[in-house]
Design a protein around this ligand. Structure first.
Ligand code: MSP
Length: 683
């Protein structure tokens, strides 16, 4: 798709925005930005749904006009988006004249084409529930929803002949012309379509509902709110004669026509509708059949999202300690909330919202992995390289780990690399693939592997040490880590737009975010000024945390505090880590069952190590100059088991043997003093 038109549902302007609205709009914003990175032209719309019974009633209760009511409420949505760093191209309201005109033109055409018919029907009408019921629906002769009285009513209404489009709709879904993600939602719609599709009542008599768009062919009726609302997706890009009105209303923010002749031709049907699972039928059944009846293509893509649940009782109203999830953006900042929403929820599934989970995501992904990486790297640049990006020295090769980070960065951006093998071992995909499938949580996890790898480079190459003994070696490492940070920030921009800009500025990159096709390793200019800056993401702990590193929320919830600074240690600790980082290491006792020298390598021994219930591991240890295979076979060793697997001399090393390095340079295996069976955890 070279043009990507993204829409959110238009939200009812009858209440304040909540986390569900914020989630849907954040996902749409991030997906749109990813498509921009992939080189697509994008247009992103959101807005408010302003007609209908509920709005009319709320306004009456407040003693104001429905227009006054929606004017007020739409602003709370419109004004929210910039505070979450969301940048829609258009905000559409269904009460705007440009939209009313589209709805009336569409209704007029369908009526002329004989696809709308007046029919009278009768049934038990419940005034309290505003709907008809059949005899068998009633409970004790009363409305099954409200328990109130019902009256027998005969009413004429207009029906859209939706049933005629059942077959073409099934075909559009089955052939993938209408792509519904995740796939189980497509099956749900197909399941619904196994039953005969009925015609759709698309009018309401004005005597019952006046707050709606009048039918152009019968002024005693207004149109059903969904018929009105769904058409916003057409109005927004200039369909049904809205192009000129849009230009007048939106100026240069109107959807561009490009070389397509009209803005509608440019953007339709390259649409991707984002919506929650509760409004699937209206979007995937009513809407495409309306479009087909109008002679238009059905939407090309849908992304159906799950629900945020508040299973955590600490958030329940009855306990009186409700935390409004949306208010967490003020407490932790919009970037942290965006990250949590995008990273925590697998697109399409439900997830639990809790403040503790948000704090944890902040602390691990943002403060520890990303923030520390930038902080530690730029600190070395300030201290040892005159606050300038070190230029790469001639004739010095980067370490193998640096090379794997380069390959990973290139691979994520879609470049051809030698990264294939590492990828299949770790299930990492290029961004283009997971974005196409709209699995944004996977995209972000994959990008974070680059951040983690860069942290490993710092831990392995130790530039903070080598800078004192071999400055060129440190130059090579730091240059490449800065380049890796540039790649990571660029790739993370869709999720963390402000943070990405800040990081790029912090590493001396003045060009801003680039399309992935223009990303190429080694473009960061040596000598570029690296400005001073403060920490990007503070770590937080919730009041009531007892154990260090435990980010769990204590009963009753708690206020977030920036973690108070630990007292100055009495001993000098170089590169201190915290408890959580230590606990992330999975150290185990291993039994060495076999060992042999690795061909063509002076340093490496290949070990086969049993970790008990965790199974067997092949470990390549750089000890051949210090230990013989015989000294190791049959003995117990300590193994770091959760280090990323690495390929050495064409073989995978799936763990690291722990060794003490004596001041004389001898390597001594660390062995348990006592009988600890293989697999025992060391902590
Ligand atoms: N006005 C209609 C949409 C018309 S589109 C032509 C509407 N509005 S809404 O304000 O009720 O909801 C909009 C979206 O918010 C839906 O996609 C819905 O799934 C989503 N959410 C509402 N609560 C939610 C959660 N708790 N979690 C995630 N999203 C949920 O429906």
């Amino acid at each position: 798709m070279s043009r990507f038109y993204a829409t959110t549902p238009i939200y009812y302007a009858n209440g304040k925005p909540h986390i569900g609205h914020a989630y849907c709009t954040t996902v749409t914003d991030a997906a749109t930005r990813f498509h921009r990175l992939l080189g697509d032209e994008t247009y992103f719309c959101t807005g408010t749904d302003e007609h209908g019974q509920k709005v009319q009633e709320s306004a009456e209760k407040r003693g104001i006009t429905p227009q006054q009511h929606v004017d007020e409420l739409q602003a709370s949505f419109r004004d929210l988006w910039p505070t979450l760093n969301i940048e829609p191209d258009q905000f559409i309201r269904t009460t705007e004249p440009r939209h009313k005109a589209v709805v009336q033109r569409a209704l007029g055409q369908l009526f002329e084409d004989g696809l709308i018919e007046k029919r009278s029907f009768s049934g038990w009408y419940s005034t309290s529930a505003e709907r008809f019921w059949t005899e068998k629906d009633l409970v004790d002769g009363r409305c099954p929803d409200t328990g109130q009285e019902v009256v027998w009513l005969e009413e004429a209404n207009y029906f859209f002949l939706m049933s005629r489009f059942q077959k073409p709709l099934i075909e559009a879904i089955e052939t993938g012309k209408m792509r519904i993600l995740p796939a189980n939602r497509a099956n749900e719609v197909l399941g619904f379509l196994r039953e005969p599709l009925l015609d759709l009542c698309i009018s309401r008599p004005k005597s019952r509902l006046s707050w709606g768009i009048e039918l152009p062919f019968d002024t005693d009726f207004v149109t059903y709110v969904w018929f009105d609302a769904l058409l916003n997706y057409v109005t927004a890009i200039g369909g049904y004669g809205a192009e000129e009105d849009n230009k007048a209303a939106l100026g240069d923010k109107a959807a561009p026509a490009g070389d397509a002749g009209s803005s509608f031709a440019a953007w339709w049907p390259n649409v991707c509708h984002f919506l929650g699972k509760d409004i699937l039928t209206t979007h995937a059944v009513y809407w495409p059949t309306m479009l087909m009846a109008l002679g238009l293509e059905p939407p090309r893509q849908y992304v159906v999202t799950g629900w945020w649940l508040m299973a955590d009782t600490k958030m329940s109203k009855s306990l009186g300690n409700v935390v409004d999830p949306l208010s967490l953006k003020d407490k932790y900042g919009p970037e942290v909330l965006r990250w949590f929403l995008l990273r925590e929820m697998a697109v399409g599934q439900d997830a639990n919202f809790s403040e503790a989970a948000l704090v944890k995501r902040n602390n691990t992904d943002l403060a520890n992995d990303l923030g520390n990486l930038v902080q530690r790297t730029t600190a070395i640049v300030h201290k040892h390289f005159d606050s300038q990006v070190p230029a790469l020295p001639e004739g010095r090769e980067p370490s193998e780990l640096v090379e794997s980070a380069m390959a990973l960065g290139d691979y994520l951006c879609g470049g051809e690399t030698t990264f294939e093998e590492t990828k299949s071992a770790q299930q990492i995909w290029p961004v283009a693939k997971t974005v196409d499938e709209l699995k944004l949580h996977v995209t972000l996890a994959d990008i974070m592997t680059l951040v983690q790898r860069l942290n490993q480079v710092l831990a392995q190459d130790q530039p903070f040490k080598t800078v004192k003994t071999d400055k060129d070696a440190a130059r090579v490492t730091i240059y490449h880590v800065l380049e890796g940070i540039r790649f990571a920030a660029n790739l993370l921009w869709p999720a963390l737009p402000k943070t990405a800009d800040a990081i790029l500025a912090r590493i001396g990159w003045g060009e801003g975010v680039l399309p992935l096709s223009e990303m190429s390793w080694g473009e960061l200019p040596g000598g570029a000024a690296v400005p001073q800056g403060s920490g990007l993401f503070p770590r937080y702990k919730l009041e009531g945390d007892k154990k260090p590193g435990n980010q769990g929320e204590k009963k009753g919830g708690g206020k977030a505090k920036k973690a108070s600074k630990p007292k100055a240690p009495e001993v000098h600790i170089e590169n201190p880590i915290d408890y959580e980082q230590f606990m992330a290491l999975d150290l185990r006792v291993g039994d060495v069952l076999a060992a042999e020298p690795v061909k063509k390598s002076k340093k490496l021994l290949r070990l086969e190590v049993s970790l008990g219930e965790m199974g067997m591991r092949q470990i390549l240890a750089g000890v051949a100059e210090h230990l013989t295979p015989e000294q190791l076979v049959g003995s117990k060793i300590q193994v770091l088991t959760n280090l990323q697997p690495r390929k050495l001399m064409g073989m995978w090393s799936q763990g690291m043997m722990m060794l003490a390095e004596t001041p004389e340079g001898a390597l001594v295996p660390m062995r348990p003093d006592g009988n600890a069976p293989a697999g025992s955890k060391i902590a």
